[in-house]
Design a protein around this ligand. Structure first.
Ligand code: SF4
Ligand code: SF4
Length: 231
């Protein structure tokens, strides 16, 4: 019959005497291992592997590693808690709780901004979705955790730090014309003129609005470490 391979015709392959004794075959296998071992010891610099952590591979400038939350000149987060990144995230690993910013021009800020690094698939969609240039990624891939709770990074670990950037460098981030890294003028960076926001204008017209926070509040609260973990 053409086109059909008869696999039943052949019986089991007969072993030679050396194969039946096993020892010669084991020695043959060991000789291959020892040959590679000696060759690698003699020519260790030619090894195709990286001696991590002493050596580190130089990854692309658009590598998708740990996220950072960018800050304004006054040190507050550029994030305005719009939830766009949370909506875009396919892994549903971003948790945001918005608070009302005392500066009218900013409107909102994230009281809680958590990313569960164990669920994150490092796709960069959150960076693409952000309208405020507030979340970038770095080339930092050195994330290790002992507990699931430890894998949930909150603002204190996501806030951009010069030390982290100096050590790992920026990774995936919005691409801009020019050098590719300089964002265009951002309204959120402009000086805030008190009373220029919509809320104050509406108040002047006696439009009823929900109560504001009485004071400045814990702007960009440094840590939500005490927050109970929810799976
Ligand atoms: S990189 Fe992707 S999976 Fe990770 S937080 Fe951003 S959108 Fe979600
Ligand atoms: S990081 Fe950007 S997209 Fe996400 S909530 Fe903040 S401003 Fe919105």
């Amino acid at each position: 019959m053409s086109g059909i391979v008869d696999v039943t015709a052949k019986g089991p392959r007969k072993l030679t005497l050396a194969q039946k004794l096993y020892v010669p075959e084991i020695l043959a296998g060991l000789s291959v291992t020892i040959r590679h071992l000696l060759r690698n010891i003699v020519a260790i610099r030619k090894l195709p592997t990286i001696l991590y952590p002493e050596q580190k591979r130089d990854y692309s400038g658009r590598f998708r590693g740990k996220h950072i939350l960018k800050t304004r000149d006054d040190g507050t987060l550029k994030c305005v808690a719009c939830y766009m990144c949370q909506q875009a995230c396919p892994a549903e690993c971003i948790t945001i709780v918005a608070g009302e910013h005392p500066k009218i021009a900013y409107e909102k800020y994230p009281v809680v901004f958590d990313i569960d690094m164990l669920r994150c698939v490092f796709c960069g969609f959150c960076v693409d979705a952000c309208p405020k240039d507030a979340i970038w990624m770095t080339r930092n891939y050195e994330m290790a955790f002992f507990t699931r709770e430890d894998a949930v990074y909150s603002i204190d670990r996501l806030r951009e730090s010069p030390e982290e950037i100096a050590k790992h460098g920026y990774g995936y981030r919005p691409y801009y014309p020019g050098d590719g890294t300089t964002p265009p003028a951002d309204a959120a960076l402009l000086p805030v003129v008190p009373g220029s926001g919509e809320r104050d204008q509406l108040r002047e017209k006696s439009v009823p609005l929900p109560d504001r926070d009485p004071g400045p509040g814990p702007l960009n609260a440094p840590s939500q470490a005490e927050r109970p973990f929810s799976a």
